[in-house]
Design a protein around this ligand. Structure first.
Ligand code: NAP
Length: 305
């Protein structure tokens, strides 16, 4: 029998990815939604999370698709009510709050899954396997996309805790921290913050190990989500957000046309539930916190949607 699951925060990513992934999932059935405005046709809906917890003791899993700042209160309430929890990325607004959730889940024997959807892109596992026995000489991330396309009107991304361009940039860092055979740490960052906003619209990062990153949210036209790596045995590139692997310039694995990231996240959640385990890797968020801590701020042109 599929496990009943509730989705919280019916907005862009819930509608684009979570609802279709759950509709196709052999492991889960969407039993409730909790959102102040959003709904999913044919699914019982609640506007208040505590009302849901009281009314639906038979729904053991909740998946939180709302922005990072409001997420902690929902995650904590769910765990206190004995529910397993799946978190959209970034897993929280601060590292400390996610540590708290980890401890709470562990103390209650519940599953907490901090998802990183980009790690499920089709060529990430192949890139990790290829790099495993190589010496990395340098690596560069280019993550340039159009904030108006992917976050239309979402002012929360420019508010404290919204992380600005690190909202997509953390996807690149989730891949980097998955595939590199050796860990790196941030040494320098420049943060380009619009004059009327609180968070960066672009950032340039430098890490140990000759690893650099260029994040920019002002790219119109074709979007760029590339990671290139130079090794002792030649170059490797992950393109299309981790969906295509190139070795020495030739595509060898992946598929840019089939997006399987969210179905893979729900399959992983089902595995974690079966094995009564949690999966919370905060490495990508540590790099973002370090960049926001160490970064040199430059004020750039005001930004409005
Ligand atoms: P969104 O559409 O702005 O927000 C999702 C929903 O969360 C909203 O529709 C809203 O639903 C609820 N919500 C917003 N602020 C809230 C608050 N203060 N308190 C309670 N509920 C609130 O955002 P999104 O693009 O779906 O992103 C949500 C998360 O998914 C983020 O962490 C983001 O990084 C991640 N994500 C987004 C994308 C993307 O392409 N946009 C891709 C991958 C992952 P109600 O108003 O109905 O309550």
């Amino acid at each position: 029998m599929p496990t009943k699951i509730a989705l919280v925060g019916i907005g862009k990513i819930a509608v684009d990815q979570h609802v279709p992934a759950l509709a196709a999932s052999p492991d889960f059935t969407l039993a409730a939604t909790i959102s102040r405005k959003g709904e999913v046709a044919g699914v019982p809906s609640f506007t208040d999370f505590h009302a849901f917890l009281e009314a639906c003791p038979d729904v053991p899993v909740v998946s939180l698709c709302l922005p990072p700042v409001p997420r902690f209160d929902y995650a904590e309430a769910a765990l206190l009510a004995g529910r397993h929890v799946m978190l959209e990325k970034p897993p929280g607004a601060t590292l400390a709050e996610v540590h708290e959730l980890q401890a709470l889940a562990a103390s209650r024997g519940l599953t907490l899954y901090a998802t990183w959807h980009s790690r499920m892109a089709r060529a990430v596992a192949a890139a990790k396997a290829w790099l495993a026995d190589k010496a990395v000489h340098e690596a560069h991330i280019t993550w340039r996309e159009d904030v108006r396309k992917w976050h239309p009107g979402q002012d929360w991304v420019f508010e404290p805790g919204g992380m600005g361009v690190f909202d997509p940039g953390i996807n690149a860092l989730s891949i980097l921290t998955e595939i590199l055979p050796q860990p790196v740490h941030l040494t320098e960052a420049t943060l380009e913050v619009p004059a009327n906003r609180q968070t960066p619209i672009a950032a340039q990062l430098r890490f140990t190990g000759h690893v650099t990153a260029d994040f920019d949210w002002r790219q119109t036209g074709p979007q760029t989500w590339d990671i290139t790596v130079e090794t002792d045995r030649g170059p490797m590139a992950l393109r299309m957000g981790g969906n295509v692997l190139e070795i020495a310039g030739k595509p060898v694995a992946g598929d840019a046309d089939i997006m399987g990231e969210y179905p893979a996240l729900y399959a992983r959640m089902a595995d974690l539930l079966r094995t009564r385990a949690s999966d919370v890797d905060l490495a990508p968020m540590v790099h973002v916190a370090d960049a926001l801590s160490l970064g040199r701020r430059q004020t750039v042109a005001a930004f409005d949607f």
